[in-house]
Design a protein around this ligand. Sequence first.
Ligand code: PMT
Length: 400
Amino acid sequence: MSSLNNKQILLGVTGGIAAYKSAELIRRLQDFGASVRVVMTPAAQEFITPLTLQALSGNPVHTQMLDPEAEAAMGHIELARWADLVLIAPATADFIARLVQGQGNDLLTTLCLASDAPMAIAPAMNQAMWRTESTQSNISTLTQRKVAIFGPASGSQACGDVGPGRMLEASDIALAAEKLFTPGTLAGKKLVITAGPTREAIDPVRYISNHSSGKMGYAIAQAAIEAGASCTLISGPTNIEPPRGAKVINVTSALDMHTASLSEAEQSDIFIASAAVADYRPLAIAEQKIKKANSDTMTIELTKNPDIVADVAAMKNKPFTVGFAAETQDLESYAKDKLKRKNLDLIVANDVSRTDIGFNSDNNAVSVFGPASTDIFSECSKHQLARLLIDLIAQKMPGH
Ligand code: PMT
């Protein structure tokens, strides 16, 4: 049974294009057994009608503070007390700023002031508005006040920009809300994860690397934080935002990642190696840019990089160690071989011959092998998969 079963959720809808997703969010919350009452700001009503949300929620939609009829049915203080969770989705930059200032100039901000219930917001705005210092500082303030921040996601926006600021999908918001009522499966645990590619320098301007975007590792880091773990993310070069709350160590080469990993893994409970680490690096890095020679071919001598995850698994106080296997053929046999050879507790095998999953895609599908177990996760978003992997790791850890 979902932890949202019988929970009473006050859904605040503010004025952004993502307000249309609030209709689906009501449904997803109801699927988990929650009752939903909706409060809309005047701007929200420009994007979606109260009638739509009333029909979906099965309850009258509250829009005004000074409405004798609405107050007679359920006064605003009563409404604030009714809520087990106040969830604002979408939350615009303007609403977030008013929330931070403690304003009470409309029904929704007044309810936020009057309610003792836990609060969560799903920000939705243009990427530049999201990145701006004032919004980021408002988000930090809300985080300090223990307001849960769901998202935002990154991608193309209604205005044509690309970047962070899109509201999370309704199903992801409902899952995040569910997690708020579930004691974290990794509460009190320290988790270290490697993510992204490494770059192995050839000369000052060239390097050897691969197509890893970091999406898989960053999603796992976020899921681990949601599950209550403290998380250190050791990341190769990526273009994505790290999850809020992670300690981020940026590295470039496999040697840098090796040093950071061994040091951070020392005191950790769990180590996950999702990075696509270069197996080899140039034996020597040219000091100056290598000039084109007369010959049509060129040879670069490579030397083996240390195996980071194997070295962590060989530590005296070995954390629960999870590796990944990126294979283009014989997935199961190669993955099981790595599990054994690298002394891992689990290995997550993905088929990287497919372009729609694995490297640099938003989705993945994996098989997870342990010394005596197989768990198969069919294709889903990397964020959904990350939560499933974290649940599996929590179950498999000793002492569970
Ligand atoms: O970043 P994304 O675009 O989201 O893509 C995700 C991913 C495909 C990169 C990820 O899901 C994945 O498969 N990561 C592991 C990639 C890889 O390097 O696999 P491998 O089979 O070559 O290595 C096996 C394991 O050893 C991995 O856990 C790897 O991190 C680790 N390793 C490898 C070499 C090395 N020198 N040190 C290591 O720790």
